[in-house]
Design a protein around this ligand. Structure first.
Ligand code: GLP
Length: 240
């Protein structure tokens, strides 16, 4: 694991965006795994800036998002589909047919998860996967569990995750289920970049980097990947 501590979330965004735009320059048909949440927003802002300033085209790029809420219309302001379009896709020249999500409203969620995993594998697998980390060390929506998960699946969100994410839902109730890529699917990405900022992430970050590899700390599995870069601000790195 390569750990980099920077002063601000904006500096992290610039550094992480460079990893992604360098990949797009070198490999215009690359496959990117993308994440939602507050952590990747500065990265997306910086990718958009580079796209505009340097004219890098995303027309050949395919993206696969980590997760999506269940029982939330695709167009809802809190769907991850909406988030990604607002924060990134609408400002790039990426083609709509090249952006991919799990369908959290599928009637047969098992079939939907197999479809998604097969599509990623048939596309050649993810070149770079972006991750945030939950306060309980979840990645995607892989919550602490008794074993590491494999492919995509439907998950019941923990109270800790509902508490952390419900601020976005105003008066509407937050979904309690989601579809997410599984841990092994995430681990099959050729390169993984994780961002954590703020004091609430410090314990999860310590356990991820310094603790034992255990499904009770889902992000700890990243210790077993041979190309992981972790970007932290000082608050998130404070317990290392
Ligand atoms: C959500 C997402 C994760 C994300 C995490 C942290 O639950 N499913 O992919 O990494 O929360 O979010 P934030 O970056 O807002 O702290």
């Amino acid at each position: 694991m390569k750990v980099t501590v920077l002063k601000t979330a904006e500096e992290i965004g610039v550094a992480v965006a460079k990893i992604f735009t360098d990949e797009v320059k070198a490999n215009p048909d690359c496959i990117l795994g993308l994440a939602t949440g507050a952590s990747p927003i500065p990265t997306y802002n910086s990718i958009i800036k580079t796209h505009k300033e340097e004219g890098i085209s995303f027309k050949g790029v395919k993206t696969y998002n980590l997760d999506e809420y269940c029982d939330l219309p695709k167009a809802d302001k809190n769907s991850y589909y909406t988030f990604m379009h607002e924060q990134l896709f609408n400002s790039l020249d990426i083609l709509e047919e090249n952006v991919h999500f799990l369908d959290g409203n599928a009637t047969d969620t098992d079939a939907e998860c197999r479809r998604y995993d097969n599509e990623i594998n048939e596309a050649g697998g993810i070149d770079i996967q972006l991750l945030g980390i939950g306060n309980n060390a979840h990645i995607g929506f892989n919550e602490p569990a008794d074993s590491f998960t494999d492919g995509s699946f439907k998950v019941k969100l923990t109270d800790s995750t509902i508490e952390a994410n419900k601020i976005y839902f105003d008066e509407n109730p937050m979904p309690h289920y989601a579809l997410t890529m599984g841990v092994n699917q995430i681990m099959s990405a050729k390169k993984i970049v994780l961002i954590a900022t703020g004091p609430k992430k410090a314990e999860a970050v310590r356990n991820m980097i310094k603790g034992e590899v255990t499904p009770q700390v889902p992000a700890s599995i990243l210790q077993n990947h041979n190309d992981v870069e972790i970007f932290l601000d000082e608050a998130a790195a404070s317990l290392l």
